[in-house]
Design a protein around this ligand. Structure first.
Ligand code: IPE
Ligand code: IPE
Ligand code: MG
Length: 235
């Protein structure tokens, strides 16, 4: 691997919706609503910049542990979003896909996810990948379980388990690893996001709360990325 400043894949931990709402004296749900609106804007901007993959962390497996009314609000926003904004992105030649544990989600939501994936599968623009009910540890565990089953059935030998076939069992199997991981809201942690895939990602932490994030700030981060030296362990 050489020093590579192509931005093929950007991943974003969209954090700070609740604090954004609190700052304006609004209920947390309003922060989530505004946050969902920004998604469309950032997806369009990234697509126009020629980014090939944009992965957005929208709901973690741990977020199921929030109070029921907040989870309900987030699920109804998602339900609405699948029908409106995401459908609209089809027109921008964007391919949509979802990663995460679908069996935790209501059947109608899963159906709409399948529909959008199907309807956009031949689009040739950016792939917008939404991480919903996603947890990287769970993703890695299910990959290990699938490989263990192959070994048990004699379809794969233990010594042939390698980085390549492990990666192939992850939700992200057809995607390159992220070049850039951005987290908004000032928190500096990974919160169970792309633990395997982000092995050599460049990290950017911004204090901007997600509903205030902009295409301009995305541009600035891409510019900064170009001056980072990616060494991959070499000298
Ligand atoms: C990110 O905003 C959205 C989700 C995790 C669903 P938060 O809801 O975490 O907002 P803060 O961190 O409380 O401000
Ligand atoms: C991470 O944000 C998950 C998403 C942005 C979807 P959280 O707000 O849930 O993370 P913690 O709890 O601050 O680590
Ligand atoms: Mg948060």
């Amino acid at each position: 691997m050489t020093d590579n400043h192509n931005v093929e894949h950007i991943a974003i931990i969209m954090d700070g919706n609740g604090r954004w709402a609190k700052k304006q004296g609004l209920p947390r749900s309003m922060g989530h609503k505004k946050g969902a609106e920004i998604v469309k804007e950032i997806a369009k901007a990234a697509n126009e910049k020629g980014v090939k993959f944009l992965t957005l962390y929208a709901f973690s497996t741990e977020n199921w542990g929030r109070p029921k009314d907040e989870v309900d609000t987030l699920m109804s926003l998602l339900r609405q979003y699948l029908k409106t904004d995401l459908s609209e992105l089809k027109k921008n030649n964007i391919r949509i896909r979802f990663i995460g544990e679908r069996n935790m989600l209501d059947a109608d939501i899963v159906q709409n996810m399948h529909r959008l994936e199907r309807e956009t599968q031949d689009n040739t623009g950016m792939c917008l990948c939404l991480a919903i009910s996603y947890g990287a540890r769970q993703e890695i565990l299910q990959a290990a379980q699938k490989l263990a089953a192959l070994v048990k059935n004699g379809d794969l030998s233990e010594s042939d388990v390698d980085i390549q076939n492990f990666s192939a069992m992850l939700y992200t199997h057809e995607m390159p690893d992220p070049d850039i991981v951005i987290r908004t809201s000032g928190e500096q942690r990974i919160s169970n996001f792309l633990l395997w895939q982000a092995a050599y990602a460049e990290f950017f932490f911004t204090k901007t709360l997600w509903p205030d994030f902009s295409a301009q700030e995305l541009d600035d981060i891409i510019e900064q990325f170009k001056s980072r030296e990616r060494r991959y362990g070499k000298i």
